[in-house]
Write a protein that binds this ligand. Sequence first.
Ligand code: 5GP
Ligand code: MG
Length: 181
Amino acid sequence: MKIQVGNKLCDVKVLFSEQQIGTRIAEIAADINSTPPADGSALVVLVVLHGALLFAADLIRHLNLATEIESVRIRSYHGTQSTGKIELLSQLPERLKGRHVLVVEDIIDSGRSIAFLKDKLNTLGVASLRIAALLDKPEAHEESIQADYVGFKIGRNFVIGYGLDLDGHYRNLPYVAEVIQ
Ligand code: 5GP
Ligand code: MG
């Protein structure tokens, strides 16, 4: 498949198939299931929209502990470039205060989005905070951020599919693919 990036036609290469993603998500869910909140309360899954929508939907289906779902909208990318400026496009749910929260994110790149969100959640006063990211680009980190659960580590290249977009498109692809620029 070829896709249009600006005025260039680029190749895409599948990095992780639907099946590989499914297998890895089941492993991550097993990990999460083995460490429920110590006080017996529900785990609040905070889905970072829109990118983590597909990952969260599949992950949550494998969770066998008391679970609630919340969401937040954040944006930092335009096209294939990070703007460096993080925008909260929806309010952080007040009811996260005092709760055990699992942030579900599509990908950690510079780490700025997660650092920003972590800061907001700590200010709000969550009881505990863990982070699950489907993808992680360790070489691109600019913040010392470490997710508790990572699906796959990848290089710096821009990826699309399985929730990840290029200017709003390609989130529907069932696999993760790299854009060769
Ligand atoms: P960070 O703040 O860590 O630099 O960027 C995190 C956000 O940027 C992710 O949640 C995601 O929305 C977007 N992002 C980072 N890398 C990629 C990528 O390779 N492809 C896509 N589609 N989005 C990315
Ligand atoms: Mg995102």
